[in-house]
Structures are given as C-alpha cells and as structure tokens.
Design a binder for this molecule. Sequence first.
Ligand code: PBG
Length: 336
Amino acid sequence: MPSGAAAGGAVGFPLARPRRLRRGGALRRLVSDVRLHPADLVLPLFVKEGIDTPAPIPSMPGVVQHTRESLRKAAVEAARAGVGGLILFGIPADKDSRGSAADDSSGIVQLALADLVSEVGDDLVIMTDLCLDEYTDHGHCGLLTDKGEVDNDATLERYGSIALAQARAGAHVVAPSGMMDGQVGAIRTALDGGGFPDVPILAYSAKYASAFYGPFRDAAECAPQFGDRAGYQQDPARSAVEALREVTLDLAEGADAVMVKPALAYLDVLRVVADAVDVPVAAYQVSGEYAMVEAAAANGWIDRERVIAETLIAIRRAGAQIILSYWATEVAQRLR
Ligand code: PBG
C-alpha cells in the first residue's frame, strides 16, 4: 500500500485533485459561486448642516461630512457606478435633549434627502438611518429619563415621528438603528397611519455594542456624552441565538429586511440569520472595519484593494445579500 497521500499519480489509484479547478484565472472565475455585484452595495453618506466645504473625517480617510452640494455629487457618482442604494446620516448644527432636528421638516436630513431623491431617486434606493444619536446633545439613541437612562417607550414615539418626517421628504426605505424594543412595530404603525404603507423598513435587527463604531462617532459627532450603548445594543459575548430573537421580533413587527452589524467580526451571526429568514439580509461593514484596512494600507502593510475585496466577499459568503460599505462606489467602479 502506498504510504501517505502526497504520492500523487504514483500511488496507483486516481487521486482526488481539487487543484484542477484552480488552474488559471479563467477557470477560477468560471467556478466561483460567491459573487459581488454593484447593486448589492449601499453607500453610507454623511451630510452636515452649516458647512460650506466638505469636512474630511480624520479617522476615516477618504470619507467626508458632505455639504448638500457635495452630497449630490457623491450620489451621482455612486449611481453612475451602479451602486444599489445610499443610506443617509445627518448632522444638525444644533442638538438638544430630544433630538428635535431629527423630525424637523426643514432639518438637514430632510432637505438633503429631498435633494437626493430628485437627483438620483430613479436610479438607486435612498435610505435613511432612523435614530436619535446624531441629533441629541447627550449622544444617546433615545430620550433619557430623569435618572439618565434611555427611556425605551418614550423613544418609540420619537421614532414614529422621525419615520414620518423622512417618508414625507421622500425616503424610499427607513432603517431604524437605535435598538429600542418595539421600534419596528412603532415605526410601521406610524408609517401606515401617516399614509406611507408602502415604505419598507430595513431593521438594524442584530446590532452589537461594538468598538468598531468608533470612527463613525467622529463622522456623525454622536459619541455618548456619558455611559455607553451596552444597555440597548447587543452584547458581543452572546451567541447568535439572541440575534435570532431580535430578528424574529422585528419580522413579527413588520420588518421587510434585516441587518447584522458590524459585519466582519459577526460572520457567524450573519450565517445563522441568513439561514433562518426569508427576507433580504444586509450586513454593515462599519467605520472601524474601514479604518483598520485604510490605516494598515496607508502603512504599506497590506494590499488595500485585495483586502477590501476579500472582506466583501467574506461578508457575501456568510450570507449577506446587501452590504453597506464606505467603499461601495470605489468597489462598484472596479466591478463594472
Ligand atoms: C446609530 C448608528 C451608528 C452606526 C450606524 N448607525 C452608531 C452607533 O450605534 O453608535 C455606526 C456605523 C459605523 O460605525 O460605520 N445611529
């Protein structure tokens, strides 16, 4: 008997050779079964009130806080590249304890949203992050009680009102990210009651209390002024069972699509969710994931483009149909 598999053709039996299908780029391309298409990608965009030139975000090289004008240009560029959608975050000039700018019909998000809808609304899906943290002076995702805790049920009313303001401004999809219990149901009820039964909800269902959001909090100027978000976002040290519970509740409340966030450190969760549901599943490649790659690449430590492509294909392989990524336009341009 031959000893060991390494003997190859000399062993006297037909050796299985998976390597046959890896010989050459054309063959690898033919057999690849995980693909990324520009339309799978969603570009997050930040718009800030009261600036007249785009403001770079130091912890996210290449990403800026847009003016309304530069936002339109970025949206057109994304549309030309074939990107599937945009998700808009607004940074108002004035913040207060209840996040009044979030549902102000003349607030920055609503104005910028209307710009986007008229500029590229026929070509891609315009979504809005639906939360309070960018608008509150304390930086939390909801209203606070006297004791300084996030008041779940009082926050739901605010979310309903924000959903209506965003829908009136033309949002195609609203994406609640605050992790309040019952938020999807409250938003669905508000939208239906306000004449927007056709506006879908993409729920940030399984959203973890993650240090990978660090750079985003610079971008959206929304770092909590005290405490953290661990009281409402999920604990990374719990298995996907809890994510499934969140997803199941959101679907029961009327979510049309669900999201797992962050992406790369939660691929196991993504796989479990993707296998369990029959709605589109999105994953958010968040600011810290972006910053890590950009920083390492700037030092010449990794091959930037290959690492970007590899992270995105990993997220796709784990089951995400839709991927939110700050590289969406760049990658879409390369894919075309
Ligand atoms: C909340 C929200 C956050 C992100 C998206 N929506 C921040 C948070 O929960 O602290 C993070 C996105 C990123 O890090 O890229 N409105």
